[in-house]
Ligand binder design. Sequence first.
Ligand code: SF4
Ligand SMILES: [Zn+2]
Ligand SMILES: [Zn+2]
Length: 316
Amino acid sequence: MGSLVRCSSCAAEAVIDQPYRGTHLCPAHFRESVDERVRREMHRQLPRFGGGTVAVALSGGKDSGVALALTHRYFRRRPTVRVVAISVDEGIQGYRAGTLRAAQALTTALGVEHTVVSARDAIGTTIDRAVADLPGTIPCSFCGVWRRQLLNRAARGVGADALVLGFNLDDLAQTVLMNLVHGDLDRLVRMAPHRVRQPGLVPRVAPLARVPEREVYLYARLKGIPFDHGECPHAGRAARNLFREMVWQLEEAQPGTRQSLLRTHDRLVTRFLADEAALVAPHRCRACGEPSTGDLCRACEYLEIARTPPLTPEAL
Ligand code: SF4
Ligand SMILES: [Zn+2]
Ligand SMILES: [Zn+2]
């Protein structure tokens, strides 16, 4: 952006453009606009939340750092609400240690209680080990499933009434598109934020749902929120990468695409798929007892595969 662009709300120099709204904002008005969008989302997704425990999934990256800082701020004058942070250490060398340090720095600065759950202790394996055992599979599929389950268990363990996730507008738009392309209605309905409370599953809240990824990054920088810039060594193999690229291209060509995808999802779920939400009420997994859509939850399915790696040609 040229240095002479002025803020759409005052005479100060703009630091960001918002093509989807046709605006440019200075640091003060930009921060205000993020605060307001997050406040509205929090209010919409957690209506009439009088008191209780709100857990925030904190990876140590920019999104969850901003989600924690703003959740803490949103509830700061409500003594009946306790905010706690939960991090999962999946066991990814050269990546997770740095993000956990950033998570620790943020929780210490905010004075928020912080729990770290280790995959090695909880499920007896790590992502690095599973990647080595299962060279043909995409690490993010089992990593995401295991992390979701560990977060849910830990959130339940601290008595949480809600679990805040740092999903931004780009993440959610990609997920909507992915589920539509795969024709996966069940996952489309089960996406956060959760409208239906299911037994054993702490409802997930996504207060950054209306904030694009680059705005989350700028907000974290302007506010001095500590976060780690590192990228997971397995990220290049994520199935999501294709959809990230597609959403990016669509947004470039047609600003506002991400918001349209989210609006479409909202309308589909609230108007047409409401009964479907009741249909996906989970069973209990026969192995671990966690909520599951089938007899065995996906976390345990992946664990079974990881413990019995497929035969290699040498072993035949
Ligand atoms: S990029 Fe994939 S493997 Fe790495 S932490 Fe994220 S989900 Fe896990
Ligand atoms: Zn301004
Ligand atoms: Zn299970």
